[in-house]
Write a protein that binds this ligand. Sequence first.
Ligand code: ADP
Ligand code: ADP
Length: 225
Amino acid sequence: MATVTISGVSKSFNGTAALHPLDLTVEDGSFCCMLGSSGSGKSTLLRIIAGLSDPDTGTVRIGERDVTRAPSEKRRIGFVFQNYALFPHLSVGTNVAFGLRARGIGKKEAHTRADRMLELVGLAGFGKRTPKQLSGGQQQRVALARALVTEPDVLLLDEPLSALDRKIRGEMQAELKRIHQETGLTTIMVTHDQEEAMNLGDSVLMLSHGRVQQFDTPETLYREP
Ligand code: ADP
Ligand code: ADP
């Protein structure tokens, strides 16, 4: 079970609240999309869940585990951040295998698992190429494969598609949906795109000035005036 439970989490920077005490439960296996204008606290919340930033108050649980003070690499999460680039000088396969190698897994097994992940994201046979030889959409697929290869419990995505052009973005949305269905991973994604949130999310969280404005199914949000 990898339900993500946020209880009373808050965060201030220089005395200004980026997040007011916030409670949120993202159910095991669900896909939660986070919407909100720039500065509403989306990245701050995602970074706290990822373990890249500590909350001032409150707790973060993944399943039964309290991970509030656990370092990022102990949380069993995968993340794709907008600015979390691939290593340009390493092959695609080595990029994907990187997290496994860092965990002490042997080269052969790491690359076998990396190849399997590249297959999952529709890039079978691309392992020997370098990131530069790939399109933006393909690079994001590699980033996704890299996030998934360590078999995380939770997948965190910070605007993974916003740099892509419209057509590719549509394709990648379908791809994310398929991968979510295949893996059953609890997924939390930040997006600026309301249509994308409605299309992908089983739940949509709207943040405004560091508070939860709405948290509901897309169907319910659509019905509201
Ligand atoms: P969003 O992701 O919704 O655009 P952020 O979480 O990045 O919002 O930011 C929320 C608020 O916290 C903003 O006012 C931002 O300037 C501030 N903030 C975020 N990170 C820092 C930081 N490291 N230092 C100072 N202020 C920060
Ligand atoms: P994005 O816009 O892609 O969501 P941000 O620009 O909010 O990302 O954050 C990028 C980095 O800058 C993060 O480490 C965040 O904590 C930091 N940051 C964001 N806003 C501020 C700020 N006002 N002052 C200092 N650091 C900030």
